[in-house]
Design a protein around this ligand. Structure first.
Ligand code: AMP
Ligand code: MG
Length: 418
């Protein structure tokens, strides 16, 4: 089925004035997560997407055990309003259970993590216990079953704890390890290739000639992709030249995703766009956003293509607003991975016209306990410094007009993006 048939029937699809939310929906409507998986040792699973269900074969903890250092007692031995005197039988440590049964009037000294001795049900912390030389003296006021951790209270045999699609963070690695599992199935890594287009681009290390700029997009892209944990193929700078581009696309399309920068804006040599459409099915969009208005999306060979604008800030904005989520979805993640929108007070007035979504670069900071956000000064889509100085996007919604100082605005933090 052609992409355009799926996408054109989406509500509000207008390639020449596409709202950000519609563009996002259009992209997601045609993507399908990769299926292949591989087995890896637990540690290698960090940041990967789980491809199996994790069902405990043991309880965690495996036994009832004490949560505190103290004495394991039978609650029925304790008196309501008076001290109780008990005989101490021995000691149980974590990993060294007490062998034997605790009878009426008896108790066992226990250290945190020790298995509850047979016959006991309650732990009295050592700090409140005294001795009269012969017996332990327990003050009144203890509660039945206090300070005990029960078998299976963390993980229960047969009750699934992780589903396919889970994103493996440190906590999940530990959880899996707590079940004694050494190997897990994860989705294979997504393979992403990228290259820059433009006759004016020089690679770092080369001397700049008149009219040239260093290619920075491949470095921001590298950074953003590396943080997402995908496999990266950097195909370098490709001249605005038919054969060179053709070759690059052919190589790149052996991956799951191809990202290009440059060559999609109106003034560009037409053959870049033309070539994209010849090699696959590519839709050219003018998105109602700033920065990042022109963008291409489609397929070349077996790969999905994101043709990002050339301007360095537009590359980062379109990557975070469209490509990131697409890559996470393709990777098989099933959690809600959308970048959260948080509220902060505008520190100053901000210019904005209704009819497009703006992603201003902002600095979120604290003042007197309140979170405020100001924009970095120069907001041109070529001013990469505005990204480096910022710690968040200020997301000014499609319908919104100018913002007055003190008004709440939405921000997306840069850190924590992954
Ligand atoms: P384009 O979208 O190709 O018209 O490029 C728009 C602007 O972004 C031009 O000023 C380009 O010089 C600049 N640009 C394009 N690609 C890169 C790149 N890889 N690194 C830095 N600047 C770029
Ligand atoms: Mg160009």
């Amino acid at each position: 089925m052609k992409l355009i048939d799926t996408i054109s029937c989406l509500d509000g699809y207008d390639p020449d004035a596409l709202r950000v939310d519609r563009a996002r929906a259009a992209i997601l409507s045609v993507l399908a997560p990769i299926k292949e998986m591989e087995s890896v040792p637990v540690r290698m699973g960090l940041g990967r997407v789980l491809a199996q269900e994790i069902v405990p074969q043991i309880n965690v903890p495996a036994h009832d055990n004490t949560a505190m250092d103290g004495y394991a007692v039978r609650f029925s031995d304790l008196r309501d309003n008076a001290e109780s005197r008990l005989e101490e039988l021995g000691t149980a440590l974590a990993g060294r259970p007490f062998k034997g049964t605790v009878g009426a009037g008896q108790c066992v000294r226990v250290m945190t993590g020790a298995v509850m001795p047979e016959g006991t049900d309650t732990v009295v912390i050592q700090e409140v216990v005294k001795t009269d030389g012969k017996h332990l003296v327990i003050p009144p006021g203890q509660k039945a079953k206090q300070n005990v951790r029960y078998a299976g209270e963390d993980l229960k045999v047969g009750v699934p704890v992780l589903e396919p699609g889970a994103w493996l963070r440190p906590a999940e690695l530990g959880l899996i390890a707590s079940l004694g599992i050494a190997e897990i199935k994860v989705r294979r890594k997504l393979r992403v290739a990228f290259f820059s287009t433009g006759d004016e681009l020089a690679s770092i290390g080369a001397k700049l000639k008149a009219g040239e700029v260093y290619d920075s997009n491949r470095y921001t892209l590298y950074g953003m992709l590396a943080r997402l944990g995908v496999t990266i193929e950097d195909l370098g700078v490709v001249r605005d030249d038919r054969r060179a581009l053709q070759k690059a696309f052919l190589l790149a399309s052996k991956n799951d995703v191809v990202i290009t920068t440059g060559g999609v804006s109106v003034g560009e040599a037409d053959f870049v766009k033309q070539l994209m459409s010849e090699l696959g099915e590519v839709l050219f969009w003018k998105i109602a956003m700033r920065p990042g208005r022109p963008m291409a999306f489609g397929r070349v060979g077996g790969a999905f293509l994101f043709g990002l604008p050339g301007n360095p800030v537009a590359v980062m904005v379109t990557f975070y607003q469209f490509v990131r989520d697409a890559l996470l979805y393709l990777s098989g993640r099933t959690d809600d991975f959308a970048i959260p929108l948080l509220k902060a007070a505008a520190a100053e007035k901000m210019r904005k016209v209704p009819g497009r979504t703006e992603y201003q670069r902002g600095v979120l900071y604290r003042e007197g306990g309140e979170w405020r956000v100001r924009s970095t000064r120069q907001q041109g889509s070529g001013v990469l410094r505005s990204m480096a100085e910022a710690n968040c996007f200020i997301v000014l919604e499609h319908e919104r007009g100018a913002v007055a100082a003190g008004e709440p605005v939405q921000v997306q933090l840069f850190e924590g993006l992954a």
